[in-house]
Design a protein around this ligand. Structure first.
Ligand code: C2E
Ligand code: MG
Ligand code: MG
Ligand code: MG
Length: 286
C-alpha cells in the first residue's frame, strides 16, 4: 500500500510539472505576440518625499493585458521572459516607453524621473548599459529623468560586470537604485565597491514596522547605513499611516506604497504630481 501511495504521488508530481511546463510554454508564445501586438504597457507608481509629501519620482511597472487571459502579473511572466531571452526586447520596449513618458511630462512642465526595473541577466555582459544608451539616444530623453532599479541578484552572476555597468550608467547621469534591499543575498561587501544612489528597503521590513520587535531597529539600521554611504532611502510597500509615521521618525527619505498611490496610468500620476498636498497622509484621507 505504501508503494502504491508513493507511486501515486510520483505520478501526481510529474503531472503537475508537466502542467507547469505547458503553462510556461503558453506564456512564452503569448509573450512573443504581446511584444509585436504592443499589449505591454506601463503603470506608474509615485514615490513621495516624506517630509513634504511631494512626488519626486515614480516607478514604471510592466502591465500585460492579454485579450483572453486578462491582466497577467509581472511576477508570472517576467521569470519566463528572463529564461527565454525575451526579457531583452521587453526591456527595450519598457525603456523606450518610460523615456518617452518622462519627456512628455517634462513638456507639460512636470519633472518626474522614471525608474525602470532591469533584470540581473542584463548585466552579465553589460547589455544593460547598451539598452539604456540606445533608449536615451532613440528618445532624446534627459538621463537625469531616468533611474534603473536592480536587485541584489546582479551580484550573484558577475559582481565585476555589474559594478562596471553601474559605474557606466552613473557616468551617463542615470541614477542606480538597489531594489528589494535586504531580501536577496545581502553581502554588505559589494556596497563597499559600489556606490548606489538609492537603496529601496524591501516591503517585508516595512510590514514589520507594524509589530513591536526587531523590525523597527532593522529599518533604522538600513536608513543609517544608506545615509552613511551617501545614498537616499526609499521605503517600499507602505500601506498604513503608522508605517509612514515611523518612517518619518527614522529619517527615511521617500515612501512608495498603496497608502500613498497605487501604480496608475500616466495621466493620473501627472494629476497627482501637479496637486501636492501638504503632507502625504492627507492623500490617503482624501
Ligand atoms: P518591484 O520592482 O519590487 O516592484 C514593486 C512591486 O510591489 C510592484 O508589483 C508594486 O505594484 C507592488 N507594490 C507597490 N506598493 C505596494 C504595497 O503597498 N503593498 C503591496 N503588497 N505591494 C505593493 P508588480 O507591479 O506586480 O511587480 C512585481 C515585480 O515584477 C517587481 O517588483 C519587479 O521585480 C518585476 N517587474 C515589474 N515590471 C518590470 C519590468 O518592466 N521589468 C522587469 N525586469 N521586472 C519588472
Ligand atoms: Mg522595483
Ligand atoms: Mg522592489
Ligand atoms: Mg519587490
Amino acid at each position: 500500500r505504501a508503494k502504491a501511495g508513493g507511486r501515486g504521488r510520483a505520478v501526481l508530481f510529474s503531472m503537475e510539472q508537466e502542467e507547469g511546463l505547458r503553462e510556461r510554454r503558453r506564456i512564452e508564445e503569448e509573450l512573443r505576440q504581446a511584444l509585436s501586438r504592443r499589449e505591454l504597457s506601463l503603470a506608474y507608481q509615485p514615490k513621495f518625499r516624506i517630509t513634504d509629501g511631494r512626488i519626486e519620482g515614480c516607478e514604471a511597472l510592466l502591465r500585460w493585458h492579454h485579450p483572453e487571459m486578462g491582466m497577467v502579473s509581472p511576477g508570472l511572466f517576467i521569470p519566463v521572459a528572463e529564461e527565454t531571452g525575451l526579457i531583452h526586447p521587453i526591456t527595450q520596449q519598457v525603456l523606450d516607453m518610460a523615456c518617452r513618458q518622462a519627456m512628455t511630462w517634462r513638456a507639460q512642465g512636470l519633472d518626474v524621473p522614471v525608474a525602470v526595473n532591469l533584470s540581473a541577466g542584463h548585466f552579465g555582459a553589460e547589455q544593460g548599459v547598451r539598452l539604456v544608451e540606445e533608449a536615451l539616444a532613440a528618445t532624446g530623453c534627459d538621463p537625469a529623468l531616468l533611474e534603473v532599479e536592480v536587485t541584489e541578484g546582479v551580484f550573484l552572476r558577475s559582481a565585476e560586470a555589474a559594478t562596471r555597468s553601474f559605474k557606466a550608467l552613473r557616468g551617463m547621469g542615470v541614477r542606480v537604485a538597489l531594489d528589494d534591499f535586504g531580501t536577496g543575498y545581502s553581502s554588505l561587501g559589494y556596497l563597499q565597491h559600489l556606490p548606489f544612489d538609492v537603496i529601496k528597503v524591501d516591503r517585508t521590513f516595512i510590514a514589520g514596522l507594524e509589530e513591536a520587535g526587531p523590525g523597527r531597529r532593522i529599518v533604522d539600521a538600513i536608513v543609517r547605513l544608506a545615509h552613511g554611504l551617501g545614498a537616499e532611502v526609499v521605503a517600499e510597500g507602505v500601506e498604513t499611516p503608522g508605517q509612514l509615521a515611523t518612517l518619518r521618525q527614522l529619517g527615511c527619505d521617500k515612501a512608495q506604497g498603496f497608502l500613498l498611490g497605487r501604480p496608475m496610468p500616466p495621466c493620473a500620476l501627472a494629476e497627482m504630481a501637479a496637486h501636492p498636498p501638504e503632507r502625504p497622509e492627507a492623500r490617503s484621507a482624501a
